[in-house]
Ligand binder design. Structure first.
Ligand SMILES: [Mg+2]
Length: 269
């Protein structure tokens, strides 16, 4: 089933309620050399605002960035913001911090500082302290230094991993150091759905997820189980659980504008 298929449109327009979940980097904005330059275009921001204002539509921004970071970058009211791959959430009347992640916050802070010192000698390596997690970016590490980077990171993290105090995941040229909890973007969406279930029209919303990276796969699977729309954004050939594809963030924005148009012409129930 294609995203332009009339059945997709029918399902989107006939759903009593819609939970639209979107990742930020690589999904709404193109991937750039420096994460701080990944800005939302005025057009896409307007689009999100419009979507969130539609009756029966809720928008969740589901990012691997720190919660405060993604809130600052998007800067819209009424949206539900999810940070650190689901470990923290705020907005649209909801609030959540994973309890185990909360207890390892000070450990993560120390770890970020130690890693920053350890990686000082690797050109282009960047340590991002995200509060509940630490990101090690190697997008700007020259090819000649990439082995040294991975060896150093491996040596440094191995003892912590053996002790079971951290979990490591990989993204696009980034290594994520997380607390040792089985929690991800799929589980936080399930949590959101659970919270909304008590409200009349929100017992069983139609769920859409747009994402571009490995950490989005858990969300794709959750959405597939719920018979929603899982949409991979990008041209990469890696295996994905997503059942649909849009080639670029620009295409994603274009498709979202069609969702606005479809839902605008839906009679209010
Ligand atoms: Mg992404």
């Amino acid at each position: 089933m294609e995203l332009s298929d009339p059945t997709v449109r029918r399902r989107l327009t006939s759903a009593v309620s819609l939970l639209l979940c979107v990742d930020y980097d690589g999904t709404l904005t193109p991937i750039v050399a420096h994460p701080s330059r990944a800005r939302l275009s005025a057009r896409t921001k307007q689009l999100l605002k419009r979507l969130a204002s539609l009756p029966g539509v809720r928008v969740a921004l589901v990012s691997g960035r720190a919660l405060r970071d993604v809130r600052r970058l998007v800067g819209l009211r009424g949206l539900c913001y999810v940070g650190n791959h689901g470990l923290e959430l705020q907005g649209a009347g909801l609030r959540y911090v994973h309890p185990i992640a909360q207890t390892s916050r000070s450990f993560m802070k120390r770890l970020a500082a130690q890693l920053r010192t350890a990686l000082q000698l690797i050109r282009g390596a960047e340590v991002e302290d995200k509060g509940l997690t630490v990101s090690l970016h190697w997008r700007r590490v020259p090819r000649s230094a990439s082995r040294a980077f991975h060896r150093l990171v491996g040596q440094y993290l191995a003892p912590h991993r053996r002790k079971g105090v951290i979990r490591i995941t990989q993204g696009k040229r980034v290594i994520e150091v997380r607390p040792p909890v089985a929690w991800d973007k799929g589980r936080i969406i399930a949590w959101i759905l659970g919270q909304m279930a008590g409200q009349a029209r929100w017992t069983s919303p139609f769920v859409i997820y747009l994402g571009d990276d490995r950490t989005d796969e858990d969300a794709f699977r959750l959405v597939n189980r719920r018979r929603g729309l899982s949409v991979f954004v990008g041209r990469s050939n890696h295996r994905t659980a997503a059942r649909h594809r849009l080639q670029t963030p620009l295409e994603a924005a274009h498709w979202l504008s069609r969702v606005v148009a479809w839902r605008t012409h839906t009679p209010i129930r």
